[in-house]
Design a protein around this ligand. Structure first.
Ligand code: IMP
Length: 205
């Protein structure tokens, strides 16, 4: 059982079926690790704060972050950029999700959505992989859902970020009310990671 990210990186050997995930978000790391580990891909977490480009597209942000991270650590790696796109707000906060979450948080989003009937939203994730041979490769995932009227955490994993206010279309629960396993069956990130894993497994036997 892993106690923290350092345990994981200490055990990591960069070689066949090992990958570094550059992120400062331990929740994201756990979600990704719990998908890749059981299929034989070891994942280490490396916190490395680089410059994040401003862009309207998570794809461009993820790609640039991967290039920047590779130029600093020279190891095969993945980075991820995610965003919540709210239909009634013309896609806001989208690529600005991190800033919006940091400033107005879920309460602020629900306030913006007060009296709004159309509560549809999409979570989008881009995983960018980089190694010297391939250059940047992008894998994307999306999940459609609705914003709830109130924050709902339940006694699930309680999630992170916008999890308490996002209910995927195929579920009665918000992401925060789900176990990690349940979230991984539906989430934008899991879809992107599974696409990456499918490709990656074919590269390293
Ligand atoms: P970033 O990919 O770390 O830039 O994420 C942008 C923002 O979206 C952050 O505030 C995250 O907390 C939030 N976020 C990203 N992925 C998820 C998720 O799976 N659930 C809930 N919030 C998320």
């Amino acid at each position: 059982m892993l106690k923290n990210a350092n345990d994981s990186i200490a055990k990591l050997q960069i070689g066949n079926k090992s990958i570094l995930f550059i992120t400062g978000n331990f929740h994201k790391f756990e979600e990704v690790r719990s998908i890749l580990n059981p299929i034989g891909i070891a994942v280490g977490m490396l916190r490395m704060k680089g410059k994040e480009v401003q862009s309207d597209h998570t794809k461009e942000i993820a790609e640039n972050s991967a290039i920047e991270a590779f130029n600093r650590c020279h190891l095969p790696l993945i980075v991820e950029d995610a965003g919540l796109f709210i239909y009634a707000l013309e896609g806001f906060p989208g690529p600005y999700s991190a800033y919006v979450y940091k400033t107005i948080q879920n309460r602020g989003i629900l306030k913006l959505m007060k009296d709004t009937q159309n509560r549809k939203a999409t979570f989008h994730s881009t995983i960018a992989y980089y190694n010297q041979k391939t250059g940047p490769l992008l894998f994307e995932g999306e999940v459609e859902g609705e914003l709830t009227l109130t924050e709902r955490k339940g006694d699930g994993n309680s999630g992170f970020g916008f999890d308490p206010i996002f209910q995927p279309a195929q579920s009665e629960k918000t992401f925060a009310e789900m176990t990690q396993k349940e979230k991984n069956k539906l989430s934008h990130r899991a879809k992107a990671v599974n696409k990456f894993a499918e490709w990656y497994k074919k590269q390293v036997q």
